[in-house]
Design a protein around this ligand. Structure first.
Ligand code: DLL
Length: 418
C-alpha cells in the first residue's frame, strides 16, 4: 500500500492554484497571488461551497475546454440546480486508480465476482465502483440498484463474492435473500458500502445477515465521486487518498482549521483533477482526522466514520443528535431489522417531538418501545417516543435511505408554527 508519490502534494497544489487562476473566473477573483510555502498555508485560502457549484451551473467551474471533457456526472440534491462534475480522459484514469485502491483495501482481486448494485447513471456510485472492479481485474456484474429479486437470483447463480451498494440497500438484499430460500447460500465474502451515513451497529447487522466483511467507502460528486477515502481491513477509520485529495477539518461555525482529533467539518481539495478541480470544498460532513499510524501499514491518514452532514443534524428541543447515533442504539435491540425512520413534529405552542418508528420482530412491542425510550434518554439525553411496527411495513430504499421525516416546516402540517 504505497502512495504513488509524484508529484509531491505541495507542488501539485501550487500547480492546481496556478491553473485555477488562469482558467476559472471564480478562482481568479478569489485566490491570492503566488505559490503557497507549506501545505498548512492552504488554511488562508477561501472555501468553495455547494452554492458556488449551483451558481456556476453547469460548466462555470470547469478548468478545461468542454471538448476535453469525456464524462459528466451529477447529483441532484433535494432542491435547486444539480451539482455537475466533469472528467477528462486523465481524470477517468485517476478515478480508476483510486477506485482500484478501494478494491485492494477490501482485498478484492481478479478471483472475485463483483455485483455492483450502486445506481448507474448520473450518480457517481455505479460507474465509479465499476471502474475500480475492472482495475483489479474482477468480474463485474453491473446490475445497478433495484429489481431486488433479480439481484438475489444473480447473486446465487453467478457466485457473487463482492457486493457493492448503499448500506440501506444491503439490508433490503439481505431481507430478500433470507425470504427466498430460507437460508443464505451465497458465496458473498466482502461488501463495499457507502454514499450515506451508517453506524457500527448497522455494520454488525449487515455483516451477520449477509455473512460478509463490510468496508466503508466515502466520496462525493463535487470531488469526483467515490474513491476519496476507504477503510482497510482494520476497519478503524477511512484512509484518505492524500496523493489525490488534501483533507482538513474545520470548525463548522467559524471555518477555523482544527487540530487533529477535534471533531468538525471535513474540507477537501482535489490535487490532481483536471476538468473539475476544487479548492477547500466544504463537505458539511462531520468527522475527526487522525494521523496515528494504522496497523495495515497504509501511508495515508484517516478520518473516522462520517457521523452525518451538518444539515442532517437534528435539533430537537435544543439537543443535537445525528440519526446515526440513534441507529447505533437501535441496532443493539434484538429483533430490530435495521428499518427505521425518525419523525419530528411540532404541535401548536408545544415543544418539538421525536418519534422513532422501527420494525422489529417481537412478541412484546410495548415492552420494546419502553426499553428504547429509556435507552435513548439515558444515552443521548433525548426524550422520544418509540413505535414498533411489524417487519415489512416501512418503505425500503434502493439507494440513499431517507431516514428523517420532519413535519415542522410543512405548511399547515401536523403542527402550525408556534
Ligand atoms: O454518494 C458518492 C459515493 C458513491 C460514495 C458510492 C460512496 C459510494 P453524493 O451523491 O454527491 O456522492 O453524496 C455525497 O454522501 O457528502 C456524505 O454526506 C454522504 N456520504 C458518502 N459516503 C459516505 C459514507 C456519493 N461512507 C455525500 N459515510 C457526502 C457517510 C457518506 N456519509
Amino acid at each position: 500500500m504505497n502512495a504513488t508519490s509524484e508529484p509531491e502534494p505541495l507542488q501539485a497544489l501550487n500547480g492546481l492554484l496556478a491553473r485555477l487562476r488562469e482558467k476559472v473566473s471564480l478562482y481568479r477573483e478569489r485566490l491570492p497571488e503566488g505559490p503557497l510555502r507549506t501545505m498548512e498555508d492552504i488554511g488562508r485560502l477561501p472555501f468553495t461551497t455547494k452554492e458556488d457549484f449551483r451558481a456556476n451551473y453547469p460548466f462555470g467551474l470547469f478548468a478545461v475546454p468542454r471538448k476535453d471533457v469525456v464524462r459528466l456526472h451529477m447529483s441532484s440534491g433535494t432542491t435547486g440546480r444539480p451539482v455537475v462534475t466533469g472528467y477528462t480522459r486523465h481524470d477517468l484514469a485517476l478515478w480508476a486508480e483510486c477506485m482500484g485502491r478501494v478494491m485492494e483495501y477490501a482485498g478484492v482481486t481478479s478471483n472475485d465476482v463483483v455485483q455492483n448494485a450502486y445506481g448507474y447513471g448520473l450518480f457517481t456510485g455505479g460507474m465509479g465502483l465499476h471502474l475500480g472492479a475492472e482495475a483489479v481485474g474482477a468480474t463485474v456484474v453491473p446490475t445497478s440498484s433495484g429489481v431486488t429479486q433479480r439481484q438475489v437470483m444473480l447473486m446465487r447463480d453467478l457466485g457473487t463474492t463482492v457486493l457493492c451498494c448503499t448500506p440501506s440497500y444491503a439490508l433490503v438484499l439481505a431481507e430478500a435473500l433470507h425470504a427466498s430460500g430460507g437460508h443464505l447460500d451465497t458465496r458473498l465474502r466482502v461488501g463495499i458500502f457507502g454514499a450515506e451515513p451508517w453506524s457500527d451497529g448497522m455494520r454488525r447487522q449487515i455483516e451477520t445477515r449477509l455473512d460478509l466483511e463490510a468496508f466503508d467507502i466515502y466520496g462525493l460528486t463535487e470531488l469526483g465521486g467515490p474513491g476519496v477515502a476507504a477503510e482497510c481491513s482494520r476497519h478503524d477509520g477511512l484512509h484518505i487518498f492524500e496523493d489525490h485529495f488534501y483533507a482538513e477539518v474545520v470548525d463548522p461555525d467559524t471555518g477555523t482549521p482544527l487540530q487533529e482529533g477535534q471533531p468538525g467539518e471535513l474540507v477537501l481539495t482535489s490535487l490532481r483533477r483536471e476538468a473539475s478541480p476544487v479548492v477547500r470544498y466544504r463537505t458539511r460532513d462531520r468527522t475527526v482526522l487522525t494521523s496515528e499510524p494504522c496497523a495495515c501499514g497504509s501511508p495515508y491518514r484517516r478520518f473516522l466514520r462520517v457521523q452525518g452532514r451538518t444539515d442532517d443534524m437534528l435539533v430537537v428541543r435544543g439537543e443535537n443528535v445525528f440519526p446515526s447515533q440513534i441507529e447505533e442504539l437501535l441496532a443493539g435491540f434484538g429483533g430490530f431489522n435495521g428499518q427505521y425512520i425518525l419523525v419530528i413534529d411540532r404541535q401548536a405552542h408545544a415543544l418539538d417531538t421525536l418519534e422513532v418508528v422501527l420494525e422489529a420482530d417481537t412478541a412484546d412491542e410495548q415492552g420494546l418501545e419502553q426499553e428504547i425510550r429509556d435507552r435513548i434518554r439515558d444515552s443521548i439525553g433525548l426524550r422520544i417516543t418509540a413505535k414498533v411496527l411489524r417487519p415489512g411495513v416501512l418503505p425500503r430504499s434502493e439507494g440513499k435511505a431517507k431516514r428523517v421525516v420532519d413535519h415542522r416546516e410543512a405548511p399547515g402540517g401536523s403542527g402550525s408554527p408556534p
